[in-house]
Design a protein around this ligand. Structure first.
Ligand SMILES: [Zn+2]
Length: 276
């Protein structure tokens, strides 16, 4: 039964994202691996983006330091992901997730003995990763993951899910935000007050660190999350909560997310409970 719920969720995710009509797939940078399930391109010398094919360009990111590498998300179902990643980086790999959803913590997590998540997303484990045999470990908000000569800062950015998380590379002036800011089509499974405080917090950090973009969980090459996007989502949250911005009914919404605000070039899908 659980399996069929997951599959339905998976199919609905695809429907939702395909519906949005994302821009043409075009990621610049040298191709370093191409297989049936995933293609990896270089972002810069020590950073790569993997693009899965099962759920609307689900994206995974490999970030290498001197001592270890961090794999951010594992995609949907990528056979031999551990071997693929080891063909790109020689360093030991730590797997972290931006959130617990089947296109980020799908079956490919089974190739890794440990997975680090935001504890607030434990609620998603029974539905989305019930079969994982490895150890689930918890991240802390604002903790630093030291890769040797390179650091990732963990920033909890709830909204899409209760435990959505962004990973910042302060020196490189970019981050990896999963679905926290929607990749252009935000599915708000929590509520607008949560999104509002996430955007406020994130905007402040981006300004302070001079970070101008996040690589999203569904990357098409032309849709990084910008500070403007984060600020616009705050404006939308303010407007939705005050009643100034009203959503339209969306018959194609799923999992109860049947209201839609389509403004500032971003779509926010939510339910009436998100306004409480
Ligand atoms: Zn998601």
């Amino acid at each position: 039964m659980k399996k069929s719920v997951s599959l339905t969720t998976v199919l609905l995710f695809i429907a939702q994202l395909t519906l949005f009509g994302q821009p043409q797939f075009q990621i610049d940078g040298k191709e370093v691996y191409k297989g049936e399930d995933v293609v990896f391109h270089q972002i810069d010398e020590d950073t790569w983006v993997g693009t899965g094919k099962m759920m609307s360009n689900e994206s995974l990111y490999l970030v290498e330091g001197n001592d270890k590498s961090v794999l951010i998300d594992a995609g949907t179902n990528i056979k031999d992901l551990d071997k693929i990643v080891a063909s790109i980086t020689e360093k030991p790999v730590m797997l972290v997730a931006t959130h617990v959803h089947p296109d980020h913590t799908g079956a490919s997590i089974d190739y890794f003995s440990e997975l680090f998540i935001n504890p607030a997303d434990s609620v998603g484990i029974p539905q989305f990763m019930p079969n994982y045999k490895g150890d689930v470990k918890f991240l802390k908000d604002r903790e630093i993951i030291d890769l040797g000569g390179r650091q990732l800062e963990v920033v909890f950015t709830p909204g899409h899910t209760p435990g959505s998380t962004t990973f910042l590379d302060k020196n490189a002036k970019y981050g990896f935000s999963g679905d926290s800011f929607g990749s252009g089509n935000l599915l708000l499974s929590t509520n607008f007050s949560t999104l509002q405080s996430t955007c406020k917090k994130t905007s402040k950090i981006m300004a302070e660190y001079g970070i101008d973009k996040f690589y999203p969980g569904h990357y098409f090459g032309g849709n990084p999350e910008t500070k403007k996007r984060v600020d616009d989502l705050k404006t939308i949250s303010d407007g939705a909560l005050s009643g100034r911005i009203k959503g339209e009914e969306n018959p194609n919404g799923f999992m109860g997310l049947n209201l839609l605000i389509n403004q500032y070039g971003v779509r926010v899908n939510y339910s009436k409970n998100a306004l409480k």
